[in-house]
Design a protein around this ligand. Structure first.
Ligand SMILES: [Zn+2]
Length: 457
């Protein structure tokens, strides 16, 4: 609260010091817009975040006229117009340069003090930033309108198309690509962790795991890399879009976000799957498995790619990401303020997300095993790793050049059905291995195929 008042004081003080009239116009304008925004917040319990701005831009006039009410006029007059009149009436004192620096200096120092004093609450602020930011006037809309427009623009950004592909045989085959969230290989017993976090996968035949590192330590960049044929700063056609355009059946299911634009018909969010998913497990990533086998059987094409973008190990509340029966390691941390939990509680909660991931991957394999007419593969790759208090770091997102290995050492786990394909003896792979390995498994020929990035024989 104090922070917002100070920030407003600081910025508007600067406006007035440029020019009184300019300051008056800007302040009045914000008062009027704030009045409307506060009306909507109070009446509809909304927060003015980026998606709300999107809703406002996408609302047509017929709909918006139904928002008009006497109450809105009251808000406008009392909170917008009357203050604006006062702003123009009030006499403004001219200040000299010394006073100007004194006032701005005090405001700025107080801001810095508040930031430092709240450094420990940064995770809380991060988790609630959408709400806090969405309620702070006039920052909510001045920040979120440009954000919305920039993202809108990015969505329309043309991806660079790759040369057409040819499918070289008519064998039925399916790949399920599972994209993990914040899963680090260190906590998988398959990778040598001393707690048994992979009880089911450890007993699964035809299962392989590779050492792998992610391209980035945050979701958007890492998922883009995982879906591209090479790691670039350009936006090339990503795997699902490319295969969909080249006669492969592609289904994308997600409980997550942050992927590059996917434009395929079968893009299914958790809320699209929810109407057909009623039991308790539907609140967790298992919802992505709902009727999956049926979707595969129903596909008209011989070649199928399913992408499941999961969110199981996403912090800070790891203990909320799995059903109760997967709480194998106890006690767990239930707070969003990770520094307030003991390290053991935090790691227990995180390890339970890995146990749940183990169960989900094992369930997918079980479904694929039942599809005897298909050659099938399951590839699980995390987007990036996670810090759990090592070097006093939590979560992820440290720039790659200085990131600790916990944030980029990721699991890369592959299962293949009996009589489908064998794997090359290989130790280390990258996220770009996904693209070329999927092409190979589905027998798809392209000019840019890179055999050295393929894991299959
Ligand atoms: Zn992520």
């Amino acid at each position: 609260m104090a922070m917002i008042i100070l920030a407003n004081y600081f910025v508007f003080y600067l406006f007035y010091s440029i020019n009184f009239l300019f300051g008056r116009i800007i302040t009045s304008l914000f008062f009027v817009i704030n009045a409307v925004a506060v009306y909507f917040i109070n009446t509809y319990s909304v927060i003015i975040d980026e998606s709300m701005i999107g809703n406002i831009f996408n609302t047509n006039y017929a709909e918006s006229s139904s928002f008009f009410a006497l109450k809105l006029v009251l808000y406008l007059v009392l909170l917008g117009i009357i203050p604006s009149i006062l702003i123009f009436k009030v006499k403004i004192q001219k200040v000299n340069l010394k006073l100007f620096f004194k006032n701005t200096g005090i405001a700025l120092s107080l801001i810095i003090i508040i930031v430092i004093a709240n450094a420990n609450n940064i995770l809380w602020i991060d988790k609630h930033s959408k709400v806090i930011g969405g309620l702070a006037m006039p920052w909510s809309y001045t920040v979120n309108i440009p954000r919305y427009l920039i993202h809108k623009n990015q969505e329309n950004e043309k991806e660079i198309l790759l040369p057409d592909a040819t499918i070289t045989n008519k064998e039925k085959s399916v790949v399920v690509l599972v994209i993990g969230e914040s899963a680090r290989s260190k906590n998988f017993s398959l990778y040598g962790y001393d707690k048994n976090t992979n009880p089911l996968l450890a007993k699964t035949d035809n299962l392989y795991h590779f050492k792998a590192t992610s391209c980035a330590t945050y979701t958007t960049a890492a998922v883009k890399c995982l879906l591209e044929h090479q790691n670039t700063n350009e936006l090339y056609e990503i795997l699902p879009n490319y295969l969909d355009r080249n006669n492969v059946a592609v289904i994308w299911r997600t409980t997550n976000w942050g992927e590059p634009p996917v434009h395929i018909d079968k893009y299914q969010k958790a809320e699209d799957l929810a109407p057909n998913c009623k039991d308790e497990s539907c609140a967790y990533d298992e919802i992505l498995l709902k009727d999956l086998k049926q979707e595969i059987v129903n596909a008209k094409q011989d070649k199928i790619l399913i992408v499941l973008h999961t969110s199981t190990s996403h912090g800070p509340t790891y203990s909320k990401k799995y059903p109760k029966q997967f709480e194998v390691f106890k006690p767990v941390c239930n707070s969003v303020e990770l520094a307030h939990c003991s390290n053991q509680e935090l790691i227990n909660a995180y390890d339970n997300t890995i146990v749940y991931t183990d169960y989900i991957l094992h369930s997918i394999i079980g479904e694929l095993e039942q599809l005897k007419d298909y050659k099938s593969a399951m590839i699980y790759v995390s987007d990036h790793g996670e810090s759990l208090g090592e070097k006093n770091l939590y979560m992820h997102g440290v720039p790659m050049s200085i990131a600790p290995k916990e944030q980029y050492e990721i699991p890369f786990i592959v299962w293949v059905s009996e009589n489908s394909k064998q794997l090359k003896p290989q130790e280390q792979v990258s996220q770009n291995h996904v693209f070329h390995s999927v092409l190979n498994f589905l027998s798809i020929n392209t000019p840019f195929y890179n055999e050295s990035l393929n894991i299959f024989k």
